[in-house]
Design a protein around this ligand. Structure first.
Ligand SMILES: [Zn+2]
Length: 208
């Protein structure tokens, strides 16, 4: 074990190890994958590598989060918040901006969104304070929201988050609904096909 650790350090010292370390910090990328991606990047032409690096820098420089719904935005507000044809009474709560893309693809929803930027996960130390829950509460009255649709992922974290929010929001006298079951359990919304997610939205039930 000690011998292989020494070997590892000797082989990958310097910029290659720095790259592996950075890649290894990405979600879902373990040490082996990080190594594999690093060597893939090493083989890229300089032009391709610069294009990738530029895309990362550009997204950091030009894209931020919408001040209202926490979707990605190229200005203070995202395209959906700027669209006044959207129904302000309906608010769909999702975990990540990519979930908005999944819901939009169904063409079943014409309201607005709120991105929590994660889900409750005690194992990862993520509680309501780390999510955009306070921001959600602050929107309900000013925007005249009458229904909150809890559209978090159909996995343990997503269900826990939906349950937490339902308990928190119910006393406020707003209709709280949860997307119908039928989505692949344990999966992410983004992997559900449009038809299934559309049906889950349409068949949403009031949380009691
Ligand atoms: Zn927005």
């Amino acid at each position: 074990m000690a011998a292989s650790a020494v070997c590892w350090v000797e082989v990958y010292a310097g910029p290659v190890q720095d790259l592996i370390d950075e890649l290894g910090r990405m979600p879902g990328v373990g040490p082996k994958s990080a190594q594999r991606i690093a060597f893939h990047l090493l083989k890229l032409s300089r032009d391709d590598a610069v294009r990738l690096a530029t895309a990362i820098v550009e997204v950091k420089d030009k894209v931020a989060f919408c001040e209202r719904c926490w979707n990605v935005a190229e200005g203070p507000r995202c395209g959906i918040c700027l669209d006044d044809r959207r129904d302000a009474h309906l608010l769909c709560v999702v975990e990540e901006p990519r979930d908005i893309v999944a819901v939009e693809k169904t063409h079943e929803f014409r309201g607005r969104y709120h991105v929590l930027q994660g889900a409750i996960s005690p194992i990862e130390g993520i509680g309501p304070d780390q999510l955009k829950v306070k921001e959600l509460l602050g929107r309900l009255e000013p925007e005249g929201v009458t229904e909150v649709i809890l559209c978090t992922n159909p996995n343990i974290e997503g269900e826990a988050t939906a349950m937490y929010l339902a308990r928190l929001l119910k006393p406020l006298g707003i209709k709280i609904t949860r997307i119908a079951s039928g989505l692949p359990v344990g999966g992410d919304l983004e992997y559900a096909d449009e038809l299934t997610l559309g049906r889950a939205l349409e068949g949403r039930r009031e949380v009691d």
